[in-house]
Design a protein around this ligand. Structure first.
Ligand code: SAM
Length: 256
């Protein structure tokens, strides 16, 4: 898969592609990347890339010409072109999976107050937000998109690790523990030391349901649960102490 990132600050991104699993994936030929410095496409001698917005208002906007020239040089035909912006659709695991199915992903990083709408209209396929907060620039958001996407590619990481991760089946991950068995008086749950795989699997499912219900009850809505999960969820809800869909009037769905 090829990532092309258009940015005013390629140096922010460079280190990421040269580190850890990403560097190995590039070495193995699973991923390639290109950082395009938008400033190289500025048309005046001061390499100006921003100007005040029409209609007034605070801050500056990225000029459409340098960014468009940069996009033209990349050649976005056939690629999926993404602009990272707080006003985009939320970036989530299903969208990461969708991106991972592409061969070429082009990501535009905004700076200042963002980019000219005409560039979005002409070049961008997806406007994507990495969360309901405002970052000072798109580089960090672009890395979140790249990172969540490339790790889903075959051969990047162990496929089994992916299956049990948060969001893969709509639930958050269960709590995990490693050595030592007792850490500053806190013990690992006994069941994880039992070697009883079936009981461990059940415990993990229960913990995933509990955690999701507690911190992300919104994820539970519309989730298709099997008989086992539904029964566990009923027990958890009856224990009380949770807030959200199933506890504020909603009930654990019966099997249809
Ligand atoms: N004026 C913009 C607004 O209110 O939506 C915010 C601009 S922000 C200071 C500068 C750039 O950071 C944006 O153009 C975008 O590329 C990036 N950015 C900031 N927050 C982001 C988020 N939550 N998700 C994705 N990109 C973000």
């Amino acid at each position: 898969m090829n990532f092309t990132i258009l940015t005013l600050f390629p140096e922010i991104l460079e280190g990421y592609f040269k580190s850890s699993i990403m560097a190995k994936s590039i070495e193995k030929g699973l991923v390639s990347y290109r950082l395009v410095n938008i400033r190289d496409y500025a048309t005046d001698r001061h390499h100006k890339c921003d100007d005040a917005p029409f209609g007034g208002g605070a801050g500056m906007l990225m000029l459409p010409e340098p960014l468009s020239l940069a996009l033209d040089s990349v050649g976005v035909a056939g690629a999926r072109t993404v602009f990272v912006t707080p006003s985009g659709r939320p970036f989530d695991q299903p969208l990461a999976r969708e991106f991972a199915a592409e061969t070429d992903l082009v990501i535009v990083c905004g700076r200042y107050e963002g980019i000219d709408q005409r560039v979005i209209d002409r070049y961008v396929d997806d406007e994507v937000s990495v969360g309901d907060y405002v970052l000072s620039s798109g580089e960090v958001a672009a890395l979140a998109v790249v990172d969540a996407t490339y790790r889903l590619l075959e051969g990047v990481i162990n496929g089994e690790s992916l299956v049990s991760e948060s969001f893969e089946d709509g639930l958050l991950e269960y709590p995990q523990y490693t050595r030592p068995e007792v850490f500053r008086d806190a013990k690992v749950p006994e069941i994880l030391l039992s070697g009883h795989h079936e009981n461990i699997r059940k415990w993990r499912l229960r913990e995933r349901l509990k955690k999701t219900l507690k911190v992300r009850p919104d994820l539970m809505e519309g989730l298709e649960l099997n008989d086992e999960a539904r029964k566990l969820l009923k027990d958890i809800v009856s224990e009380g102490g949770y807030h959200g869909f199933y506890t504020d009037g909603g009930s654990v769905p019966e099997k249809s």
